[in-house]
Design a protein around this ligand. Structure first.
Ligand SMILES: [Zn+2]
Length: 376
């Protein structure tokens, strides 16, 4: 089993599927799934490839993953070629080894093994794989979940293979993620000669009080699972560095809010728009929404994931909602129970990305055990 996981991982890593391109990874996986009785559906949306595959009937577990990777960065800094995977000292090196071609291979091999032993299981096993998770995430899981919703498909359990482990495999399960909302605010002043400020209105000066209020804005206090919502400014721009005698006519401020289920997106919008009004700032604001928060505080999938980790690894995982967004955010639409479990995330998106060979094997054992606990 170990060999088949590593061979499949290598086969996938060899394909430089920089997001949103798949370049044939999903075809390799589809062939494997077809062989064990899965019904395959390829759904291409613009440049994004998506694979929806299923087998069985009844309550559904969906393995969720992405075949795209982030670029390699400076290839000269890698100790191996990022797309020529190799095992060195029990670590498999290559772009995507940890995020997340390794866990996809572990999922496939877990399913093959499970079906070899228990072909007459209860329930339905399915896979939803996309190739745009690392880029805009607009033509992938998001759209497929909408299609499934229209077809009245049900996904009871959604298991995302993102690299959630921190120090050692299985130490951390993600049972939720914060929502993410961005805004670009333009605050207008009146352009003029810098020596005659009385004839102009300096938008930089005017917005400083507002920016301070933004930084100190308390949106909520979090809860047992989430730290308080957090606002960060990521961009400020006004004027021109080489024009020293002009008061500019506007300032642009970019901000992002990572928010908890304790506050609604529309209330964040209201709060910030009210602040602009109160400070009498003439403005234009554009909002960019990338995902609502989700939380699985209890349920069967959470319970069997925890007990499978305990059984295979002899450790008790802790629950976390930290980190960026993931494709898990799209499944609340199908009212699924969402859990994320994958390899150690220490080297993801970095030079020399790698994963412990043994971890992929153990991860596959955990996935298989989850299948057993749900469907036997
Ligand atoms: Zn990932």
């Amino acid at each position: 089993m170990l060999n088949s996981i590593i061979n499949l991982s290598k086969e996938l890593i060899k394909i430089p599927s920089i997001s949103p391109l798949d370049l044939g990874c999903q075809e390799i996986l589809a062939q494997k799934l077809k062989k064990i009785g899965f019904i395959i559906e390829n759904i291409k949306i613009n440049r994004t490839s998506n694979l929806w595959a299923y087998k069985g009937h009844g309550k559904t577990l969906t393995f969720v993953g992405h075949t795209d990777v982030v670029p390699a960065g400076n290839i000269k800094k890698w100790k191996i070629h990022p797309f020529q995977p190799i095992v060195i000292n029990d670590y498999l090196f290559g772009r995507g080894s940890a995020d997340m071609k390794g866990s996809i291979s572990a999922m496939i091999c877990a399913t093959e093994n499970f079906l070899k032993k228990y072909n007459f299981h209860k329930g339905r096993i399915s896979f939803l794989l996309t190739s745009d998770e690392e880029s805009r995430a607009c033509d992938g899981t998001k759209k497929i979940v909408q299609i499934l919703k229209k077809r009245k498909e049900k996904i009871n359990y959604c298991l995302v293979g993102e690299p959630t482990s921190n120090k050692i495999l299985g130490d951390c399960i993600k049972n939720g993620r914060r929502g993410s909302l961005s805004a670009v605010i333009t605050i207008y002043g009146i352009q003029g000669h810098i020596a005659y400020p009385n004839l102009a209105e300096n938008p930089i000066h005017k917005s400083i009080v507002f920016i301070k209020k933004l930084i100190n804005l308390e949106l909520d206090r979090g809860n047992d699972y989430f730290k308080p919502s957090c606002l960060q400014i990521f961009f400020i721009s006004s004027g021109k560095l080489n024009i020293t005698n002009m008061i500019p006519d506007s300032i642009k401020i970019g901000l992002n809010i990572r928010y908890t289920p304790e506050i609604k997106k529309k209330n964040i919008v209201l709060k910030i728009e009210e602040m602009l009004k109160k400070n009498s700032l003439k403005n234009k604001i554009s909002w960019f929404f990338s995902g609502d928060p989700f939380l699985t505080s209890s349920g069967k999938l959470l319970q069997v994931t925890k007990s499978s980790i305990q059984k295979i690894l002899k450790i008790s995982p802790y629950l976390s909602t930290s980190g960026g967004t993931s494709d898990g955010r799209f499944f609340p639409l199908l009212k699924s129970e969402i859990i994320e479990l994958g390899p150690v995330n220490k080297t993801i998106h970095k030079i020399n990305e790698c994963v412990k060979v043994q971890d992929l094997y153990l991860l596959s054992k955990i996935y298989e055990n989850i299948l057993k606990k749900l469907f036997l």
